[in-house]
Design a protein. Structure first.
Ligand SMILES: Nc1ncnc2c1ncn2[C@@H]1O[C@H](COP(=O)(O)OP(=O)(O)OP(=O)(O)O)[C@@H](O)[C@H]1O
Ligand SMILES: Cc1ncc(COP(=O)(O)O)c(N)n1
Length: 259
C-alpha cells in the first residue's frame, strides 16, 4: 500500500484541511498520515478561531512519521507561521521525501486569513523550493507573481513570472475564473491546460485541499505529474457533481462517490 502524508491544519467541520486530505487519500486507496500544524474552529460559514501548534511539536510529529512509516508522497496545506514553516522545511530537508505537493493556502473560501502576512516570504523562500508541484489558486498566484489575474492569458503570464524563482511544476487553479474551471500547468517553459466545464455548485469548501492531496496520492501511486493532475481533476469534478449539500454556507465535497 502506498503511504501519503498530509501536513496541514485541522478543519473540525470536515470539509477542508487534514480531514479533506485523509478522506481523499483513502478514496485513492492509499494509507493516510497527518502532521497537524494548527487547529481551526470553522464550519461552512467561516473560520472562528485558530490555535497554532508549536514548531517543536510539528517537528516531533514529523520525526514520528518519517522514522517509522516513510511516506511515498507529502501534501502540505495550511502552515500558519514563520516558525512552523521553518520547522517543516528543516525536517523535509533532513528526510528528503519524494513527491512533495504544496498548496500555498493563504485565505479560506469564506475569506479568513490562514497564513500570517509576514510568513509569505518564508513560505516562498524556504518551503516552496522543496516542492515538485505547487497549486496556487488565482489569489495566491496573484500574491506570488505580483499582479492581478483576470483571464487565461494572465494565468500564463503569472506562471511564467513565478517560474523565474521556482523551477518545479506550477499548477494555477482557475476555479475562481468567471468562465470554465480551467487549470494551467507550467513546467520547463511549456504549458498544458486542464479544461473542465464549471459545475453550478457553490459547495466548494475544500476543493483546493482535495485537489492537492489527490495529486499527492496519484504521484505516490506512480502516475506522472500530468496524469496525476488529470486524475485529480476528474476526482474533484465527480465529487462536485454529487451535489452534496451540507451546512449553511459553502458546503463540503462528497468523497464517497467512488466507494
Ligand atoms: N464550480 C466548479 N466546477 C468545476 N471545477 C471546479 C469548480 N470550482 C473549483 N473547481 C476545480 O477545483 C479545483 C480547486 O480549484 P480552486 O480554484 O477552487 O482552488 P482553491 O481556491 O484553492 O480551493 P478552495 O475552495 O479549497 O480554497 C481546481 O481544479 C478547479 O478547477
Ligand atoms: C485547515 C484549513 N486548511 C485549508 C483551508 C482552505 O480551504 P477553503 O478555501 O476551501 O476554505 C481551510 N479552510 N482550512
Amino acid at each position: 500500500m502506498k503511504k501519503v502524508l498530509t501536513i496541514a491544519g485541522s478543519d473540525c467541520s470536515g470539509g477542508a484541511g487534514i480531514q479533506a486530505d485523509l478522506k481523499t487519500i483513502m478514496a485513492h486507496k492509499c494509507y493516510g498520515m497527518s502532521v497537524i500544524t494548527a487547529l481551526t474552529a470553522q464550519n461552512t460559514t467561516g473560520v472562528y478561531g485558530i490555535e497554532n501548534c508549536s514548531a517543536d511539536f510539528v517537528k516531533n510529529q514529523m520525526d514520528c512519521v518519517f522514522t517509522d512509516i516513510f511516506p511515498d508522497a507529502v501534501k502540505i496545506g495550511m502552515v500558519s507561521s514563520i516558525e512552523i514553516i521553518k520547522a517543516i522545511a528543516e525536517k523535509l530537508r533532513e528526510y528528503n521525501p519524494k513527491n512533495i505537493v504544496i498548496d500555498p493556502v493563504m485565505v479560506s473560501t469564506s475569506g479568513n486569513k490562514l497564513l500570517k502576512d509576514d510568513a509569505i516570504n518564508t513560505l516562498l523562500n524556504k518551503l516552496i523550493p522543496l516542492a515538485a508541484v505547487i497549486t496556487p489558486n488565482l489569489s495566491e498566484a496573484e500574491i506570488l507573481c505580483g499582479f492581478e489575474i483576470n483571464s487565461k492569458e494572465d494565468m500564463h503570464r503569472a506562471a511564467r513570472k513565478i517560474s523565474k524563482n521556482y523551477h518545479g511544476h506550477i499548477l494555477i487553479k482557475g476555479g475562481h475564473l468567471e468562465e470554465d474551471a480551467n487549470d494551467l500547468l507550467f513546467f520547463d517553459g511549456k504549458i498544458h491546460w486542464f479544461e473542465e466545464k464549471k459545475i453550478n455548485n457553490s459547495n466548494t469548501h475544500g476543493t483546493g485541499c482535495t485537489l492537492s492531496s489527490a495529486i499527492a496520492s496519484n504521484l505516490a501511486l506512480g502516475y506522472s505529474v500530468r496524469e496525476s493532475i488529470q486524475n485529480s481533476k476528474d476526482y474533484i469534478t465527480g465529487a462536485l457533481k454529487e451535489n452534496l449539500n451540507l451546512g449553511r454556507g459553502n458546503g463540503p465535497l462528497d468523497h464517497c462517490y467512488r466507494m
